[in-house]
Design a protein around this ligand. Structure first.
Ligand SMILES: Cc1cc2nc3c(=O)[nH]c(=O)nc-3n(C[C@H](O)[C@H](O)[C@H](O)COP(=O)(O)OP(=O)(O)OC[C@H]3O[C@@H](n4cnc5c(N)ncnc54)[C@H](O)[C@@H]3O)c2cc1C
Length: 460
């Protein structure tokens, strides 16, 4: 790909200073963005990461979400999720820091992490990693610094400069100015396809055509919160969840999510995932504000209920809520391939596989009060490279939750372990493209696969 001369105006005709320039520009510091940066930088590329918040980690540190699935259906013989490549490295580093533990979750009587399984979830036992999101914030800074990735935080991507189907620069709003970040390959790891949408390429908000549900639906949002001062020594978590659910079903709690999902973070502190708000549109500021308010109302209600009704919570206090509501599936791209729930359930093996996963098909029904699960039988599904290539853009790849696929199935590949994998694939592909002077669509997929395998990824 020929490098174009420096462009100084945005699509809206503004003159913009150049804030940074690199071979590979990554937007978004969730698991996908982190892995993309490391993969590209370790292959000798200059890399700049652009993130709107002053800390890294995406939803895992913002909400925060502290669990990664390993195996979610022990009884069916489901294969463990491969913790390969950069995902495996992050796991190892967290283990060295003493910041991650493997938990076995039983259907009843559970240590530390207690979901009340949905009625359609017939699986009793699963294995999850429970990690410390605060340590992850430190670790990400360490890893990117060690690799030599240039960081730009407090930088919200608000526009792009596009010429002949190629992005020349993204435009970031910083606290003092609007500037352009120039690059040769752009990796959109914003979780909401912000670069792609700003560049005018197809990106769908909520459900669209062929999405497995009627068009125009939005998955519910949720978040987590932490309560301290809990008598965790004497807390019967399963019994508490049962009492909670009985009250909720009697209409004494105005919270639409069935059951409480929670973890003991450390002595006296628990983290709860229990809220659900429907029809929140983060792209609409007024509607988003309503959603945030409703989420916090539910948090107060749950924390208040536990304090009043459960003796172990008598001296408890709500100490932390996420920075925002969390949503799976804001915008997704329409790419060269559209991954379906059938591909996942049938564990389809694509020739252009760049990542593998075993996580069950998780469906956050747009109007449901639970999460519905369908399990894979004993093998792994694959993510094709084509899912990361947005239609209409030549030098952009999308990694993480916003890759191209059916809305109804996306929570499956949006789990963090899968996002690291597509991130690593995108970062590696970007480096190979630049080295081979090729656009992503011209890249030799066997070369990409060989390189990913050499870097420790399991592709089957
Ligand atoms: C309530 C809830 C519970 C979940 N539970 C689990 C779980 O238990 N286990 C699991 O593995 N997964 C879980 N997930 C899913 C998982 O957290 C996300 O799908 C995953 O974090 C997506 O990773 P990502 O890298 O694609 O994007 P994100 O983690 O969303 O990161 C995107 C990053 O991009 C930044 N960004 C966005 N837009 C811009 C912009 N315009 N300019 C600059 N920066 C920008 C954001 O600030 C963020 O840092 C859950 C999700 C939700 C909502």
């Amino acid at each position: 790909m020929a490098r174009k001369k420096t462009e100084v105006t945005s699509n809206r005709g503004e003159t913009l200073p150049v804030g940074a320039e690199a071979d590979v520009v990554v937007a978004g510091s969730g698991p996908a963005g982190i892995a993309a940066c490391l993969a590209a930088r370790r292959r000798g590329m200059s890399v700049v990461l652009v993130e709107r918040f002053p800390f890294l980690g995406g939803m895992s540190t913002q909400i925060p979400i502290a669990t990664w699935p390993l195996n979610t259906a022990v009884e069916t013989g489901e294969m463990d999720m491969p913790y390969d490549g950069i995902l495996g490295e992050v796991l190892e580093r967290l283990q060295k820091l003493g910041a991650i533990e493997l938990k076995t979750v039983l259907r009843d009587g559970v240590e530390r992490f207690v979901p009340i399984a949905g009625e359609n979830d017939n699986v009793a036992t699963s294995k999850w990693y429970l990690f410390d999101p605060e340590e992850l914030k430190f670790l990400y800074f360490d890893m990117l610094h060690e690799a030599g990735v240039k960081l730009r935080v407090n930088s919200l991507v608000v526009d792009t400069v596009v010429r002949d189907g190629a992005v020349e620069a993204i435009v970031a709003e910083t606290l003092t100015r609007r500037e352009q970040i120039r690059g040769r390959i752009f990796i959109d790891a914003t979780g909401s396809a912000d670069i792609v949408a700003r560049a005018g390429a197809p990106a769908v908000y909520g459900s669209g055509d062929n999405d497995g549900v009627p068009a125009g639906l939005i998955m519910p949002t949720s978040t987590t919160f932490r309560i301290a001062g809990v008598d965790t020594e004497h807390l019967d978590m399963y019994e508490t969840a049962v009492i909670y659910e009985e009250h909720r079903r009697r209409g004494e709690l105005n919270v639409p999510l069935e059951g409480l999902f929670w973890q003991v973070v450390c002595h006296g502190v628990i983290q709860i995932f229990g809220t659900r708000v429907f029809n929140v549109n983060p792209l609409d500021p007024e509607n988003a504000a309503q959603g945030e308010m409703e989420q916090r109302r539910q948090i107060r209600e749950i924390a208040g209920f536990l304090k009043k009704e459960i003796p172990a919570f008598r001296n408890s206090r709500l100490i932390n809520t996420g920075v925002s509501v969390g949503m799976i599936g804001t915008r997704r791209i329409r790419g060269d391939y559209f991954l379906t729930q059938r591909d996942i359930l049938e564990a389809k093996k694509f020739e252009d596989v760049i990542a593998t996963g075993t996580y069950r098909l998780e469906v956050w029904e747009p109007e449901g009060t639970n999460v519905r699960f369908n399990h894979l039988s004993g093998t792994w599904y694959t993510i094709p490279f084509r899912c990361m290539l947005p239609r209409g853009l030549e030098n952009v790849m999308v990694a993480g939750s916003a890759i191209s696929g059916q809305y109804i199935a996306m929570a499956t590949w949006a789990i963090m372990p899968m996002c690291y994998k597509t991130g690593q694939a995108a970062g590696t592909a970007a480096a190979l493209c630049i080295q081979g002077k090729a656009a992503p669509r011209q890249l030799s997929v066997p070369l990409l696969q060989e390189t990913l395998r050499r870097d420790g990824m399991f592709l089957g």
